[in-house]
Ligand binder design. Structure first.
Ligand SMILES: [Zn+2]
Length: 378
């Protein structure tokens, strides 16, 4: 039997919405901003909630006018944030009644860009999928297995099961010893971002007593706290959620995020659309100073990174070819890849790294030139 080459499947992108703005000369220019209708399941209201993070207008509000493939506006009435129903796939012109610009979101990656030195790029592959690979399996050399286990067991005690499955009533509590390998201690800020953790001095935001150096002499402290090797405290409960394998993968891949204040899930992928607006409760259910809940600043950074990932244009579609090998030693190669990726996506912008004020009311850079392409970077 003669074998032939396995055909390369043509996967569609989940980004089935393209957004456009008018240039200074009134022509319609590509905004490099995209979105997903979640296969027609994204409400118009939720789509505006996403856009609100990046769209800036001189008049304050904006509407969406559907346009055809030749970028001519259709006669449909513009869509407003109060319009009922779901957003449909297609091309939309953002109507601001004035200048429309975009803000760059400060995310896991570009918050560090000023610290990077011209890296050597290895193992970047062009994929066209437009998503970032999971980094969950990349283990920092400073995260000995003992610490992972200690982190997970504290999360098991606090959350009782996959926090998302419990909220969505998909699965009940973690009940049987044999089920241990179905759950993982998920980091909100992944171990691979330990540089970000250190630079922003996130250790100062955690109070988890099991990682507190003051408790190093307690036999109940986490292993690397006892041995006084962990000054980073990235394995603190404020940076963790207990998740099942699938939800851990989805969270690390930015397929959903948890709102830092409401704790409601925001879905970014059709596969997680059913989780939209589900409120995660488990980590906050039984307040206990020994087992603090996730820190809102960490949730917020993951949330904003997820938005940037979901809305960035297809022009910079790269996927990290992250090695899934648990024996991976050291983060340097991954850092190099990510740094290069940031450079590609930043497209000439230079975000500030001097503050942690990445919220909606105080985001990074604003495009100032009418003919510059708006860029959302990850
Ligand atoms: Zn789950």
């Amino acid at each position: 039997m003669q074998l032939s080459k396995v055909p390369n499947p043509q996967f569609p992108s989940i980004q089935d919405i393209s957004l456009y703005i008018r240039s200074a000369d009134d022509s319609i220019g590509d905004s490099n901003l995209c979105g997903s209708s979640l296969e027609g399941r994204r409400s118009i209201a939720d789509f505006f909630r996403l856009l609100d993070h990046v769209v800036v207008t001189t008049t304050g509000d904006y509407k969406l006018q559907k346009i055809n493939d030749t970028l001519s506006p259709l006669t449909n009435p513009p869509i407003e944030r109060s319009s009922p129903g779901n957003i449909t796939a297609g091309k939309y012109l953002i109507l601001g009644g004035g200048r429309v610009t975009f803000e760059t979101l400060v995310t896991f990656s570009n918050i560090l860009v000023a610290r990077t030195e011209s890296p050597t790029v290895k193992r970047i592959k062009r994929d066209g999928g437009g998503t970032i690979s999971s980094v969950s399996s990349v283990r920092s050399i400073r995260d000995p297995p003992d610490d992972s286990q200690s982190f997970k067991m504290r999360l098991v005690y606090r959350d009782k099961g996959c926090a998302v499955c419990l909220a969505a009533e998909i699965q009940a509590i973690y009940k049987y010893r044999e089920d241990s390998n179905r759950y993982e201690g998920a980091h909100i800020i992944a171990l691979a971002y330990h540089d970000l953790w250190d630079t922003k001095r996130f250790s100062a935001l955690v109070s988890d007593p099991f990682t507190d150096p003051a408790n190093a002499d307690s036999r109940f402290a986490s292993p690397s706290t006892r041995t006084k090797k962990d000054f980073r405290r990235i394995n603190s409960l404020e940076n963790g959620i207990l998740l099942c394998l699938q939800h851990h993968k989805d969270y690390d891949s930015f397929r959903f995020a948890i709102h830092p204040q409401t704790h409601q899930i925001f879905a970014f992928h059709p596969a997680t659309a059913a989780l939209q607006d589900v409120e995660v409760k488990a980590p906050w259910d039984s307040p206990n100073v020994l087992y603090p809940p996730p820190h809102p600043d960490f949730l917020k950074l993951h949330y904003v990174t997820s938005i940037a990932n979901a809305m960035k244009g297809s022009g910079g579609d790269y996927e990290l070819d992250v090695d899934d090998d648990d024996d991976y030693e050291g983060p340097s190669e991954l850092e190099e890849i990510r740094n290069e990726q940031v450079k590609i996506w930043l497209d000439g912008l230079s975000p500030t790294t001097s503050s942690f004020d990445f919220m909606v009311d105080n985001k990074g850079n604003i495009e100032t030139s009418a003919d510059m392409r708006g860029v959302v970077s990850v």
